[in-house]
Design a protein around this ligand. Structure first.
Ligand code: MLT
Length: 267
């Protein structure tokens, strides 16, 4: 489905009954809602599950290639308004987590609960910003397929690269189909994001944190730091997984997610 939000076409998928607990999935960089297929199926049996393609990625409009996390927050709120969802559970992985954390900071009244996966509250340091700048220049020069080749070993655990060919193929094909302009635009958006660490202590909704035990991009130490700051939060390390914890160990990920959602739905 598509909706025009803040002047651009935003694509989303929706499953499950409308009257049930809304759960909004926000993907990482530079992926699409397709990374949530297994969760959409599992969660859609019990909740109203929605997964959107962030502006510029997946099937959403690329536009001018200039993005900010603030703009993505505006889009998320615009989509909730369009779907007439007053309050939702948000599930964000990595960049989806950056967007979720900033939305929780800006619009806490729109949330019932949060699930933060393989993400962090800290902004990029100088080394991180320079890496983004190099990545943006490189993807425009060498294209998305080359970017995908170099990105895969950073997001999947070495074991998953061998044992999860379907998941690796999915992510590779999503990245390769993404316009270099949109990849570069998101690297710049992430380099310019704000630090949400100071507001973690103010998160007042139930929060589940999950991170692949072998995640090297947003390692468990960062998840533990968020867990210590977010009152009453739960933390699980996803066995055997790297950065793509929902794809690398969907059995573990889905069971913890469903258990958490049951607690929210049950009130
Ligand atoms: C993601 O998975 O969204 C990105 O790798 C996050 C990042 O590069 O900071």
């Amino acid at each position: 489905m598509e909706a025009t939000i803040n002047g651009g076409i935003i694509y989303f998928v929706e499953t499950g009954e409308r009257g049930r607990l809304p759960v909004l999935f926000v993907h990482g960089f530079p992926f699409s809602s397709a990374m949530w297929d297994s969760q959409m199926e599992a969660v859609g049996r019990r909740c109203r599950a929605i997964a959107c393609d962030i502006r510029g990625l997946g099937r959403s409009e690329v536009g001018d290639g200039q993005y900010t996390i603030e703009g993505h927050v505006d889009d998320l709120i615009g989509l909730l308004d369009r779907l007439e969802i007053d309050k939702t559970v948000v599930v964000g992985l990595s960049m989806g987590g950056y967007i979720a954390l900033r939305t929780l900071e800006r619009n806490p009244e729109r949330f019932l609960a949060a699930v933060l996966c393989d993400t962090r509250a800290e902004a990029d340091d100088n080394a991180g910003k320079l890496k983004r700048a190099n990545g943006a220049a490189s993807v425009k020069r060498h294209g998305a397929a080359a970017f995908a080749e170099s990105f895969l070993p950073a997001v999947f655990a070495p074991e998953s690269l061998r044992t999860k060919p379907e998941a690796v193929k999915l992510i590779k094909s999503i990245i390769a189909a993404t316009p270099p302009l949109a990849i570069a635009g998101h690297l710049i958006a992430m380099a310019g994001r704000t630090d949400t660490t100071a507001s973690l202590a103010a998160i007042g909704v139930p929060t589940l944190i999950m991170v692949g035990e072998n995640d090297t991009l947003t390692p468990p130490a960062l998840a533990r730091a968020m867990h210590e700051r977010i009152p009453g939060s739960k933390l699980y390390l996803v066995p055997g997984a790297g950065h793509m914890s929902n794809l690398e160990n969907p059995e573990f990920f889905n069971s913890r997610l469903l258990e958490f959602l049951e607690g929210i739905a049950g009130g």
